[in-house]
Ligand binder design. Structure first.
Ligand code: UGA
Ligand code: MN
Length: 316
């Protein structure tokens, strides 16, 4: 009887061990218990980021799509950025419409043509387009109750913008300012800051400007735009380089400006400009060039007002 029990026990022993082993490995494979959730934090939730509205005037030219592509590649990486693209044109162009549809960020596509009489060298550019952007912004927000969080920034289509710039401007309370690279006849232009206040301007061009700053050097809170409904860019009496001062004069004072970019010591935006096409030559200029350089051929003729203009090609 004893030996029968023993033999049964020995027979069952390996199976028992296998079962124990299986149970053991199973429990070791079991996923770890989820960590206990931290208790819900008391107090108010973090407010959403204020949106940034970037108003970009743009006009048709060979480099337009390249410029807009560079801009979209930057803007797409900025949280809560709304791009207001304003074409200098009588109607929306197909190129920009297609571009906007595929830009991959919130866009508003407006258009307004610059009157012909203002399309002259020496006159300010993009006045009507920036005003159209301002009008759109005011119309969209005027019926909503304050406070309306948001920041407005004029982003010309040929400049170069760092991502850090948008972090800086996001906290604008009224009007914020910072340096701009490659402008004002210097490597950069900047507000001079003392004890956290703007006290002057470092610039190589017209230091007498009330605000010696480029369009790319400031941002304005949406609240300031809404509470100054008449502040616009003006054509009358405005000279190039004075548009910024004329506009800022309507909404703020130098003492009120908020310096950004480490007290205006860091350049986070550059006034880059795309090289112009090779100039066209007059017929006489072309003949002269050809006499000097055999191998110069005309490739295109363009009827100017009184003369035939020629483009050149060097075939070796
Ligand atoms: C400088 C300033 O940086 C501009 O903000 C200012 O508008 C301009 O001077 C001025 O003289 O009014 P700059 O590089 O000389 O800029 O000007 P552009 O970059 O040629 O033009 C500024 C913006 O206006 C660009 O976004 C451009 O696409 C647009 N633009 C220019 C038009 O919409 N229509 C035009 O006929 C020319
Ligand atoms: Mn420019």
């Amino acid at each position: 009887m004893k030996s029968l029990l023993l033999s049964r026990f020995l027979l069952l022993l390996p199976w028992g061990l296998i079962v124990i082993l299986l149970l053991d490995t199973d429990s070791s494979r079991a996923p770890p218990a989820p960590p206990a959730r931290p208790p819900q934090q008391a107090g108010p939730r973090r407010p959403a980021l204020p949106p940034i509205y970037a108003i970009t005037p743009t006009y048709s030219r060979p480099v337009q799509k390249a410029e807009l592509t560079r801009l979209a590649n930057t803007f797409r990486q900025v949280a809560r950025l709304h791009w207001v693209l304003v074409e200098d044109a009588a109607r929306r162009s197909e190129l920009v419409s297609r571009f906007v549809a595929r830009a991959g960020l919130p866009c508003t596509h407006l258009h307004v043509p610059t009157p012909r009489r203002y399309k002259r060298p020496g006159l300010p550019r993009a006045t009507e387009q920036r005003n159209a952007g301002l009008a759109w912004l005011r119309q969209r927000h005027q019926h909503l109750p304050p406070p309306q969080p948001g920041v407005l920034f004029f982003a010309d289509d040929d400049n170069t913008y760092s991502l850090e710039l948008f972090e800086e401007m996001r906290t604008t309370r009224k009007v914020s300012v910072w340096p701009v690279g490659l402008v004002g006849g210097r490597r950069y232009e900047r507000p001079v800051v003392e004890n956290g206040k703007v006290v002057g301007w470092y610039t190589g061009w017209r230091a007498d400007r009330p605000f010696a700053i480029d369009m790319a050097g400031f941002a304005v809170s949406l609240q300031v735009i809404l509470s100054n409904p008449k502040a616009v860019f003006k054509r009358r009496g405005s000279q190039p380089g004075m548009q910024e001062s004329d506009f800022l004069n309507q909404i703020t004072t130098v003492e009120e400006l908020e310096p950004k970019a480490n007290n205006c010591t860091k350049v986070l935006v550059w006034h880059t400009r795309t090289e112009k096409k090779r100039p066209l030559l007059s017929k006489a200029g072309f003949a002269h060039l050809q006499s000097l350089l055999p191998g110069v051929w005309p490739v295109r003729r363009k009827q100017g007002k009184n003369r035939v203009l020629l483009n050149t090609v060097f075939y070796h």
